[in-house]
Write a protein that binds this ligand. Structure first.
Ligand code: BJW
Length: 261
């Protein structure tokens, strides 16, 4: 039996025996849905135009509150372009496998919390019910003055930047930019899930953006079996019990299939 298959079997066994599971996901999980990651490699069979966003765009000019204050039109336009991409994308085999994992664990009286850094809502569209959105969502936008959220229509926004009907202030994506605090409730739910998980997965994340990247260590220190699924090595690879190399759309269905048949 090859080494990877043996590792998948052992992870599946741990999963079968567990009641509490937590899964941290990153942009790599959505790569096979055609959404570009921010950093790192993508699976070899994906098209060349899937190159990482931060290799083409400067995050400091787009993903900070200062960037939005300096050039709201450009930032709004870029996020609207990405929002439409997310709406056009479909969940892939990795998303569906996680939804199935959640269903199987819940059916057996257990629980599985999906903690995502992704803003695309593809986990929810795949059928996941318990999703913690650590970095917010690009699907909803909010008023910069009063914080009221709205869901723009699934078509290009009529202007950039948009002004809100409530306050006449600027409308911004409901995502977490660099230097901003993560939503308090999401942080609490994520830490709680990591501290109590018997099995913890880090899937498709470069594991460098804090505080999300700390969750693997939190779970490991609390005694969880830790598993990474990624096409390449990351700073978390050396710290996990099982580092599975390959695309999430291939590996996750194999794990679920081995665990529950
Ligand atoms: C596949 C695959 C396939 C490909 N299958 N795998 C401590 C130390 C140092 C710095 C900090 C610190 N604490 C806070 C900071 C600052 C900062 C930070 O972490 N900076 C780092 C760059 C070092 N963090 C923050 O500012 C956070 N706020 C905060 O901590 O507040 C308190 C505070 C503020 C200031 C100072 C100190 C404390 C907020 C972070 C917000 C991140 N926002 C973004 C943009 C969201 C909106 C948008 O969508 O535009 O979130 S940045 C971007 O990175 C996005 C992602 O959610 C996030 C993480 O990326 P992710 O998901 O890991 O994706 P990638 O692209 O990095 O990796 C993809 C992976 O998939 C790769 O490994 C591939 O190999 C793999 N892959 N295809 C499996 N098919």
């Amino acid at each position: 039996m090859d080494e990877q298959q043996d590792a998948i079997d052992r992870v599946a066994m741990a999963l079968r025996a567990a009641r509490r599971v937590a899964v941290l996901t990153g942009a790599g999980v959505s790569a096979e849905s055609g959404l570009r990651t921010f950093r790192g490699a993508t699976a070899a069979d994906l098209p060349a135009d899937m190159r990482a966003l931060w290799a083409e765009f400067d995050p400091m000019k787009l993903a900070t509150p200062e960037a939005f204050a300096d050039d709201p039109a450009m930032v709004s336009k870029w996020y609207d372009w990405r929002r439409l991409g997310c709406l056009a994308a479909e969940p892939n085999a990795g998303h569906l496998a996680l939804a199935e994992m959640q269903r199987r664990l819940e059916a057996g009286g257990g629980e599985c919390v999906v903690i995502t850094q992704n803003v695309d809502r593809l986990h929810q569209r795949a059928g996941c019910r318990r999703v913690v959105e650590l970095h917010g969502t690009i699907i909803d936008w909010r008023c910069l003055a009063c914080g009221i959220r709205s869901t723009p229509a699934p078509e290009p926004m009529p202007a950039h930047p948009m002004r809100t009907a409530c306050c006449g202030a600027l409308l911004r994506p409901d995502v977490v930019w660099f230097g901003e605090m993560l939503p308090e409730q999401a942080i609490r739910a994520a830490w709680d899930a990591a501290q109590t998980a018997e099995v913890f997965f880090a899937v498709g994340t470069s594991a460098i953006v804090q505080p999300a990247a700390s969750l693997v260590g939190v779970a490991s220190s609390a005694g969880a079996t830790t598993v990474e699924v990624n096409v390449e090595e990351t700073p978390a690879s050396g710290a996990v019990d099982w580092a599975l190399r390959g695309s999430s759309g291939t590996i996750l269905p194999r794990i679920v299939e081995r665990a529950w048949g």
